[in-house]
Design a protein around this ligand. Sequence first.
Ligand SMILES: Cc1cc2nc3c(=O)[nH]c(=O)nc-3n(C[C@H](O)[C@H](O)[C@H](O)COP(=O)(O)O)c2cc1C
Length: 366
Amino acid sequence: MSRTHAPRGPSTTPRTPPPTMQIGPYELPNALFVAPMAGVTDRPFRSLCKRLGAGYAVSEMVTSRPDLRDSLKTSRRLNHAGETAPIAVQIAGTDPEMLSEAARYNIERGAQIIDINMGCPAKKVCNKWAGSALMQDEALAQSIVEAVVKVALPQGVPVTLKMRTGWSHDQRNAVRIARSAEAAGVSMITVHGRTREQAYQGHAEYDTIREVKQAVSVPVVANGDIDSPAKARAVLQATGADALMIGRAAQGRPWIFREIAHHLNTGEELPPPATLQVRDWLLEHLVDHYSLYGETAGVRTARKHIGWALKGLPEGEAFRQHMNRIEGTAAQSRAVHDFFSELAHHHPRWPKAVGAIPAEPERIAA
Ligand SMILES: Cc1cc2nc3c(=O)[nH]c(=O)nc-3n(C[C@H](O)[C@H](O)[C@H](O)COP(=O)(O)O)c2cc1C
């Protein structure tokens, strides 16, 4: 497995090439990842982020419960039509047997990488002893990793792990879990720099991520609160991580990946994109989104993506309220077209008001 390089100091060496990255047999175009976010990082959003500079995308979590597999939600999540390789699917659950079965099921349906979720703090997940709750039971966590690796690796499918720094402030056991997972055969470890207890409160810390990076030799991905090119560079430097994962800051601003790539490459900042360009990206996203969700669900679920794009824009909130009452995909995309075309008259370049969006925990569904 090829490894990536720690960042060089920006003051003495302005150019920091974005690291390249390999997971198992898959060479990625760069080491900037879009985070799995349930209800957000669906196939259209993943494709959009990849077009705009993300080198890798992990799909939203898929339940390991066979009884839920035929639900419309799960079948949409399993839809990878037209997606660029590698297809990475995240699984979550509490039972090693069920998770290894989920891995097998997803591999049969095209998953090329299996990611185990030990990072999600959602009640719906944690009450069932899954997601980041698994970090409290290291033996169970280890059994799950071993069971999934046993199914996936012989089929040439790398297994990766996503976790937090620990269960609580006093129980930051990410390093121990990372070491065991590496010994069990995982190919990459992502660490969100918060404990489970923190949910999305406070700030991500990067010391634990650096400790994990120093403790294992598989690639480590740093995640948490990266919302600008400068922050990306700082997190790379603080952690020595092999790759960066960005979640909330890509909501409504999927071009953040190319901004970061450009900054790491050149030490300079890209100018904000043309407003008409952003309009066209959003309209393309909507076409793809409607094709996955259909007319009725498509209009409804597109509202949050449009809302994120509008955040902080002049007249954005008034338009968001108006747009939320529009029914019909044609009417919705026409309204978006007109709003952004008008905005472009006054702001030919994207007004730089968009930053990371705080998560609302109740939206973080499994
Ligand atoms: C709406 C939402 C849904 C999420 N769903 C998942 C998920 O399904 N699986 C997972 O591992 N993490 C999930 N996360 C956590 C993100 O992958 C990421 O670790 C977290 O948002 C921190 O990164 P950020 O500060 O760049 O957003 C979710 C986060 C949000 C905001």
